[in-house]
Design a protein. Structure first.
Ligand code: GLU
Length: 281
């Protein structure tokens, strides 16, 4: 059975871009008589707000999307710990005490998530008594995994290139598991067969494919859809002034009519679609 998901983080309201993403995921599942899941990605405790998650549920219903909600990330922490332990036991994680500023100052190249880590803490070894994040030893992980492929429904078969990211953080200092580790584990646990999300996350899939291999997880198909852009050509984002769905809902707008407009790609004035890989938000 086809299973898709919409996985918003409750750190800001949903906007039109999210509505579009949810519709794509919902319709991809229903085209096959499958199931559409809602997963609240509230791993970042300090920034997550429960009332926003309530809004998300109401927003989806307002758009006419039927979903089944699965366990939110905040209740899955032991699973993330177990996976991190597995990777640590495989010798693939190392502690890193560098600050963001130190990483930025020492980095010689940039990847999709920002500066590529120059491996300072891999060379100098653990620093006892200092809070550490845990990074993936990418060279070793790739050596172990060998060549990997993954399939995007729109763009076809891809050769995994996790090296683009360098030694990514999989366990954070300030919050539990990173997005990459948590989302990969959750999609497997939720039985997601088609990971639908925007092109802005296309390159992240290289990491997710590697993690699936290392952790022995099933490999889904991906469907990276174009993202809605504002008049400035940039992705609509929660932090900028894109109209919140909750505001439109409370103002009495017809959500199902909006969903129909989005399906017909009749977007509000000045809003268009971009198919650019990993457009920065
Ligand atoms: N939680 C992520 C977000 O709000 C989505 C992650 C995903 O779809 O893989 O952007």
């Amino acid at each position: 059975m086809t299973v898709t998901r919409f996985a918003p983080s409750p750190n800001g309201p949903l906007h039109l871009g999210h509505a579009f993403s949810a519709i794509v995921a919902h319709d991809r599942a229903s085209a096959d008589g499958g199931e559409f899941l809602l997963r609240i990605e509230d791993i970042d405790g300090a920034r997550s707000r429960a009332e926003l998650a309530d809004d998300f549920r109401a927003d989806l219903a307002w758009l006419g999307l039927t979903y089944r909600e699965v366990t939110p990330q905040s209740q899955r922490i032991p699973t993330y710990h177990a996976a991190a332990d597995t990777l640590r036991d495989m010798g693939l994680l190392y502690p890193c005490t560098c600050t963001r500023a130190e990483v930025a100052a020492a980095a010689v190249a940039s990847g999709p998530d920002g500066p590529i880590y120059p491996g300072t803490c891999l060379r100098r070894g653990p620093q006892p008594g200092v809070d550490a994040a845990w990074r993936l030893d990418m060279k070793n992980a790739i050596r172990l995994a060998g060549a990997l492929e993954w399939t995007d429904e729109r763009r076809g078969v891809q050769t995994a290139q996790p090296e683009l990211f360098g030694d990514v953080v999989l366990w954070r200092k300030d919050a539990p598991a990173s997005y990459h580790l948590a989302a990969t584990l959750d999609d497997a646990a939720d039985g997601v067969t088609h990971v639908t999300r925007g092109m802005d996350l296309f390159l992240s899939t290289h990491i997710h494919r590697l993690l699936q291999h290392l952790l022995g997880l099933p490999v889904p198909v991906w469907h990276h859809h174009p993202v809605l852009t504002g008049p400035d050509g940039r992705k609509l984002a929660k932090r900028r002034d894109a109209p919140a769905l909750a505001e439109r809902r409370r103002a009495g707008e017809d959500g199902q009519a909006l969903a129909a407009d989005l399906r017909a790609a009749l977007f509000a004035t000045g809003i268009s679609l971009s198919d650019t890989i990993n457009q920065q938000s």
